[in-house]
Design a protein around this ligand. Structure first.
Ligand SMILES: [Zn+2]
Length: 394
């Protein structure tokens, strides 16, 4: 069994263009070049992307400020195998427990077999796809995901059982796509049949919060209104044509700049390395021809060695710039500009995927849709939410 990190969180299909590399490239781009400009005035995120408390099974805390959470060498393989097995859909928790045990995956020495509760908790834990749930909010994590989003989703569908998945086909934006802004419950679907005077029957789909508490505001959206609101929200990422052109040009220029700068730095370091090696040679010659004494030779030699070490280290860290990064960033930007248009033409499963890729938290109140954008889409949004002009109820 091989430990494979999820490099491509984004599967095939319309949203698949948003490859992990693209995201990484753009995130890097923003942090390198635009951060101070764009982030100015914006509040720093509650989280830096690292889970503040203990890590779940499969990960381990290490003393490294840059990457304090790492996949645990053995446990991470167990997690991957667990999702893998369960996603097939023909395993109960009991069978899964036994299968993992047979394959030598253990929970911990004192309790080698996974419990039913443990399995259920883990298969529902979005930490494994790189997200952090903290005080009721989802945040993008910076730890390496162990499981792809498709794999996670496949397991969710098995967990929810066939009934729920049949239900999803009729009420496509349910099953956790949206949560209620007041109580956090999943938004559910409701099909209302109305008989017209001519005897025809019309069906209307509503999305609503099923919480009937008397103090709870009515959260109930006509399906068409919700789709319209989503479309408008996606369109809010669209810059006007002139600005978009400027953005494309600066994106390209910024990547070219970084490229050239790295090139120059590399040349400089290579030159320095040659100089230091030559100095070592000359020093040795001087010592061998007795022009300097041993103490002077030793001192200077240690000094040169240290400098050479520093230069080597700098060369290592000044890695080769991946020139495709700029193209990838451009592709992502172009995609964001089309997302709203793609939305209307897409099938429901693609729509769900688009929402998942673009927004982390998707909430509905009585009048407002809020799609909290993932990076880097958040930067493109002109307004984080908007008032919908939806029609009256029935
Ligand atoms: Zn509610």
């Amino acid at each position: 069994m091989k430990l494979v990190f999820v490099e491509n969180q984004f599967g095939p299909g319309a949203a698949g263009m948003l490859s992990f590399n693209v995201m990484a490239a753009v995130a890097q781009y923003y942090s390198d070049n635009l951060r101070t400009e764009v982030m100015k005035g914006q509040n720093e995120k509650v989280l830096q992307g690292w889970l503040p408390c203990g890590v779940p099974f499969g990960y381990t805390n290490v003393e490294n400020r840059d990457e304090p959470i790492l996949p645990h060498p053995e446990e991470s393989q167990t997690v991957i195998r667990m999702f893998d097995l369960y996603s097939t859909g023909n395993m109960t928790f009991e069978m899964l427990t036994e299968q993992l045990w047979r394959e030598g995956h253990i929970y911990r020495p004192s309790q080698p077999k996974f419990s039913r509760t443990g399995l259920s908790y883990m298969l529902n834990n979005r930490f494994y796809i790189g997200e952090i749930n903290y005080r009721g909010q989802t945040h993008p994590g910076r730890h390496k995901p162990l499981v792809s989003r498709q794999m996670f989703q496949a397991c969710q569908e098995v967990l929810n059982g066939r009934t729920r998945s049949t239900n999803n086909r009729n009420h496509p934006l349910t099953g956790g796509v949206f949560t209620c802004a007041y109580c956090g419950s999943m938004i559910t679907g409701e099909l209302i049949r109305r008989s017209l005077r001519n005897g025809e029957v019309r069906e209307h789909l509503y999305y609503r919060c099923a919480n009937n508490h008397p103090n709870h505001p009515t959260v109930r959206w006509k399906a068409e209104d919700l789709e319209q609101a989503i479309h408008e929200d996606l369109a809010s990422m669209k810059l006007d044509a002139e600005l978009a052109d400027w953005f494309r040009r600066s994106l390209t220029a910024a990547f070219a700049d970084t490229d050239a700068q790295q090139q120059r730095q590399r040349q400089m370091l290579l030159k320095r390395r040659t100089e230091l090696t030559n100095m070592q040679d000359r020093l040795l010659s001087a010592y061998l021809s007795s022009n300097i004494d041993e103490v002077a030779f030793q001192n200077k030699s240690v000094d040169l060695k240290a400098q050479l070490g520093e230069t080597e280290a700098a060369l290592q860290s000044c890695g080769d710039m991946d020139s495709s990064r700029g193209d990838a960033a451009l592709a992502l930007f172009n995609w964001s500009q089309q997302a709203a248009d793609v939305w209307f033409g897409s099938k429901m499963d693609v729509k769900r995927e688009i929402l998942g890729e673009i927004a982390l938290n998707r909430t509905l109140s009585d009048v407002t849709l809020c799609l909290e954008k993932r990076k880097p889409f958040d930067i493109l949004v002109k307004r984080p939410s908007f008032q919908s002009s939806r029609g009256g109820g029935i």
